[in-house]
Design a protein around this ligand. Structure first.
Ligand SMILES: NC(=O)c1ccc[n+]([C@@H]2O[C@H](COP(=O)([O-])OP(=O)(O)OC[C@H]3O[C@@H](n4cnc5c(N)ncnc54)[C@H](O)[C@@H]3O)[C@@H](O)[C@H]2O)c1
Length: 297
């Protein structure tokens, strides 16, 4: 879809400067989506090394988009020029919107929201989280601006998947929800669906029990990993079987989301099978570590 230019954008949104916290697979993808939409994007990571890794991931993805003809060489250069990188969240002072995309850990995210609350100067700036399962209200009330905190949940890979889920906390104002919707739909070109602040929202509430069932099936020896994945790819026309998809998402993220959902509902279908936890403990997190249910280069 064609995205509005800057003057058209000014008519629908007051968001020009975006901050992205975390440059893992989701943060890098979200930063790419925002920069390709013409926004000024600053990306923060914990260390210089993590930042360099994230920058390489992001620029490689942009170069691939150019190679595939999705963006021109000029657009590639202009998009790269709109991206800046830092290890200091203090540099986010002038941001209109910050999207947090760090590890799925409530304490880590809460600390980041407290820092953002201190450093972001615009009083009506939106502080958003890409969390898959952590209650938004907990992040919101850790700040002095709970009406401006919202969940904006992108899907993996963010430059490819069209959907975002918008999750207002109990404290989020209608104005913040409306601005987030305009931004994601009119500026980023995504399709937004709304969900209540319940662990898993819409998509993960349906997806995670399915992934956990596949892992339990593999663990119990009912079928091989290939047969489980082929079963869903060839039998149900899923583009990717559940074990491959778990590796893509990251087994630590699957386990963390399952844990949050189990905490919320106490239903056995959300309980992470022992094998999943052991693989996380072993550092076999899927594609991002080169090894999960499958091995990767
Ligand atoms: N993986 C998915 O498919 C997916 C899909 C949608 C949403 N999410 C959510 O997105 C978030 C990130 O997931 P991911 O898959 O990108 O994880 P990831 O492990 O690939 O990346 C997390 C990044 O956060 C960084 N980080 C940790 N603490 C930080 C801090 N204090 N400041 C700055 N950076 C910090 C890490 O260095 C790492 O690069 C999670 O909340 C996850 O639930 C993930």
């Amino acid at each position: 879809m064609s995205r509005p230019n800057k003057s058209e954008r000014d008519d629908v949104t007051d968001i020009e400067r975006v901050g992205v916290v975390g440059c893992g697979q989701m943060g890098a993808g979200i930063a790419e989506v925002c920069a390709r939409a013409g926004l000024d994007v600053m990306v923060a990571e914990t260390t210089g090394e993590a930042l360099e890794f994230g920058r390489t991931r992001l620029f490689t993805s942009l170069s691939k988009a150019a190679e595939r003809g999705k963006i021109t060489e000029e657009e590639l250069e202009a998009t790269q020029a709109r991206l800046t990188f830092t290890t200091d969240l203090g540099e986010f002072a002038d941001r209109d919107l910050v999207i947090e995309a760090v590890v799925e850990n409530e304490q880590v995210k809460t600390e980041i929201f407290q820092v953002l609350d201190q450093v972001v100067t615009r009083p009506d700036a939106i502080l958003a989280s890409n969390t898959s399962s952590i209650p938004l209200v907990k992040l919101a009330v850790s700040t002095a601006r709970p009406d401006h905190v919202i969940g904006i949940h992108f899907f993996n890979p963010a430059p490819v998947q069209r959907l975002v889920e918008l999750i207002p906390a109990l404290t989020t104002s209608e104005g913040t929800l409306g601005r987030a919707q305009l931004f994601t739909e009119k500026v980023l070109g995504k399709h937004a669906i709304r969900a209540q602040d319940r662990s898993g929202f819409v998509v993960n509430a349906l997806l995670i029990p399915y992934l956990l069932s596949a892992i339990r099936m593999f663990e119990s020896g009912i079928a091989s990993r290939e047969d489980i994945d082929n079963g869903m790819e060839m039998g149900c026309a899923h583009p990717m079987g559940p074990l491959k998809l778990s590796d893509l998402i990251g087994l630590d993220t699957v386990a963390s989301v399952a844990y949050s959902m189990y905490e919320e509902y106490k239903e056995p279908l959300y309980a992470a099978p022992p094998l999943l936890q052991r693989m996380v403990d072993a550092g076999r997190l899927g594609r991002k570590t080169g090894s999960g249910f499958y091995t990767y280069d």
